[in-house]
Ligand binder design. Structure first.
Ligand SMILES: C[S@@+](CC[C@H](N)C(=O)[O-])C[C@H]1O[C@@H](n2cnc3c(N)ncnc32)[C@H](O)[C@@H]1O
Length: 210
C-alpha cells in the first residue's frame, strides 16, 4: 500500500495508545484480561475489516498488525472512534510475529488481500510463503486456522499449495466468494470493496492445522 507520509502520524498513533499492543511478547490472556479466543489479522490496512469483524464477534479478541505505521494509525483511529475494546493493534512486519505474540495463543489468522509479489524471485515475500507459515504455526493454537481472501489467482493457487505442503488441511475454498454460500456474514475490506466494484471475483480459503 502506497501512502504519503502523514503529518503528526506519530502523535496521532500515540493518541490511540490504549489500543496499541505493548512491546515485547504479548500474551492475549494478559492483554485482554480474559480467556476468550484471539484472532489476528496480518496487513490490516486502514482497519475496515478488523472493526467490522470485532463488532460482529464481541466474544473474540482481535489483534491487527500492519507494517506501515501511518496506515496502522488510520486503523487505530477507527478502532478508537468505535471504542472496540476487543481490538489491539501494532505496527510491525509479520516476520517478527514470534517475537511479539505468545506461542500458540492465536486461534485464527486472517490474510486479506496480501501483496501478491507476482515475480517468481519475490515468492519469499508472499505472506503464504512456507517460511511465513512456519512462523504462523509458532503462534497458532494446535487447532488454529488461516483464513485468506484475495483477488489474485496466482497468489491464491500458490497459497493453496504452500498451505498443503506445510501441513494445513484446506476445508473451504471458493473462487467467487461474493456469489457463494460464504458471502453471508462476509466483512469486506477496503481493497475488497474496490475490487468488487470493478467486477473482480474474490477467492477465499480456510485452512486448518487439525
Ligand atoms: C494490499 S494491502 C490490503 C490491505 C487490507 N488488508 C485490505 O484488504 O484492504 C496489503 C497490506 O498488508 C501490509 N503488509 C504487507 N506485508 C506485510 C508484512 N510482512 N507484515 C505486515 N503487514 C504487511 C501492507 O503494508 C498493506 O497495508
Amino acid at each position: 500500500m502506497r501512502m504519503r507520509k502523514k503529518k503528526y502520524g506519530a502523535q496521532r498513533l500515540q493518541a490511540c495508545g490504549d489500543y496499541i499492543l505493548g512491546d515485547g511478547i504479548n500474551d492475549p490472556k494478559t492483554v485482554f484480561a480474559n480467556e476468550k479466543p484471539t484472532h489476528l489479522e496480518i496487513g490490516c490496512g486502514k482497519g475496515d475489516f478488523i472493526c467490522g469483524t470485532a463488532a460482529a464477534m464481541p466474544d473474540v479478541n482481535f489483534i491487527a498488525i500492519e507494517r506501515i505505521p501511518d496506515v496502522l494509525m488510520l486503523a487505530a483511529e477507527k478502532v478508537k472512534a468505535g471504542a472496540y475494546g476487543n481490538v489491539r493493534l501494532a505496527a510491525f512486519n509479520a516476520a517478527y510475529l514470534a517475537d511479539r505474540i505468545a506461542p500458540h495463543s492465536i486461534e485464527r489468522i486472517y490474510l486479506n488481500f496480501s501483496d501478491p509479489w507476482p515475480k517468481k524471485g519475490h515468492a519469499k515475500r508472499r505472506l503464504t510463503y512456507r517460511a511465513f507459515l512456519d512462523i504462523y504455526k509458532q503462534i497458532l493454537t494446535g487447532d488454529g486456522s488461516v483464513f485468506m481472501k484475495t483477488d489474485d489467482l496466482q497468489l491464491f493457487e500458490f497459497s493453496l499449495s504452500e498451505l498443503k505442503e506445510s501441513g494445513f488441511e484446506i476445508r473451504d475454498v471458493t473462487y467467487d466468494l461474493h456469489n457463494s454460500p460464504y458471502a453471508e456474514g462476509n466483512v469486506m475490506t477496503e481493497y475488497e470493496r474496490n475490487f468488487a466494484s470493478q467486477g473482480k471475483k474474490i477467492n477465499m480459503l480456510r485452512a486448518y492445522l487439525l
